[in-house]
Design a binder for this molecule. Structure first.
Ligand code: ATR
Length: 291
């Protein structure tokens, strides 16, 4: 990396952050295009967020990615939000426009681009989303205007219902929206005519790799199955879906497309997706080998 006095510095802030794949992915992309940018990671605890953002202003950092636990709290320290960040109520990307900090969220566009990259068009489809936490919120907001039918299945029904109420506002009532409890009976009923199944829950995530949110009996070869979990890269859900011939999309594809959208906000250049995917996959493999 050629760091100069003019290098534009970007960073990710979060806690924990040491294992983030973003520095490797973003620096590879900057280098590939010969851009004078560098990307680092800072551990920022909840109580230090305000000082961290003052630091961004003081040091003139060019761009930020914001991750857990700051995606909502950071909003109060910014000067402006783009429309999507305002709708989602969360920020994962900041651009420092000559001292004005502008917040964006690339979670939604990352999801839509990851689908598109895999040749999947969500328009007019029935989509089932598992989970009703922060990740589900981003995914369902992005899909609410596309889907014909959107069902959110969650262990805690009330959270799914609250999310559906919020979604009704953005969807313009075009999509049929439903909230269901995440249990075999509802899964069986809902998945019968589902085109795209997206797991946003943490079920199946390391160290609980053998778990799956959906029994393979309810999967179907004509479904697209997308798991946002990327550790392991192939979750039990994805493995079982692949075995019966369903199209699968892994969580790393989503992570890279979110990052690519941030990269494009900072650089105004098309992100080199293939380079970013390759680095992300290698890093994840090395991490596994070291574990
Ligand atoms: P994120 O920001 O990644 O979405 P989150 O907001 O903590 O994280 O949400 C985690 C989601 O995974 C929730 O939908 C949670 O269900 P509850 O709302 O009922 O807590 C879901 N989840 C976590 N562990 C689960 C489990 N063992 N079975 C089913 N759902 C689970």
């Amino acid at each position: 990396m050629n760091v100069s006095g003019k290098t534009k510095v970007c960073a990710v802030i979060g806690d924990p952050i040491e294992h983030s794949l973003s520095p490797a992915i973003q620096n590879a992309a900057f280098q590939h295009l010969g851009l004078d940018y560098a990307y680092v990671a800072f551990t920022v605890r909840k109580e230090d967020l305000k000082n961290a953002i003052l630091g961004v202003r003081g040091l003139g950092l060019y761009g930020l990615n914001v991750t857990m636990p700051h995606k909502i709290a950071v909003i109060q320290y910014l000067d402006q939000l783009d429309e999507t960040a305002r709708n989602f109520g969360s920020v994962n990307t900041i651009l420092n426009k000559n001292g004005r900090l502008v917040g964006y969220t690339t979670d939604g566009i990352g999801l839509l681009n990851a689908l598109n990259y895999n040749g999947v068009d969500p328009y007019g489809k029935k989509i089932a989303i598992l989970g009703a936490g922060g990740a589900s919120r981003s995914v369902s907001f992005a899909l609410a205007r596309e889907a014909k039918e959107l069902v959110i299945l969650n262990r805690t029904l009330e959270k799914a219902e609250n999310l559906v109420n919020d979604l009704a506002v953005v969807s313009g009532k075009k999509a049929k929206l439903e909230a269901k409890r995440l249990c075999d009976e509802e899964i069986e009923k809902e998945l019968k005519n589902t085109d795209i199944l997206i797991n946003t829950s943490s079920v199946g995530m390391h160290p609980n790799e053998t778990e799956t949110p959906v029994s393979p009996d309810f999967l179907d070869a004509r479904m697209v199955v997308f798991d946002l979990v990327y550790e392991p890269l192939e979750t039990t859900l994805l493995r079982e879906a692949r075995k019966i011939g369903a199209k699968t999309i892994d969580g790393l594809t989503m992570l890279v497309h979110q990052g690519a959208a941030s990269f494009e906000i900072w650089t105004d250049k098309k992100a080199p997706i293939e380079v970013m995917m390759k680095v992300a996959t290698e890093k994840l493999k090395n991490k596994k080998a070291q574990a």
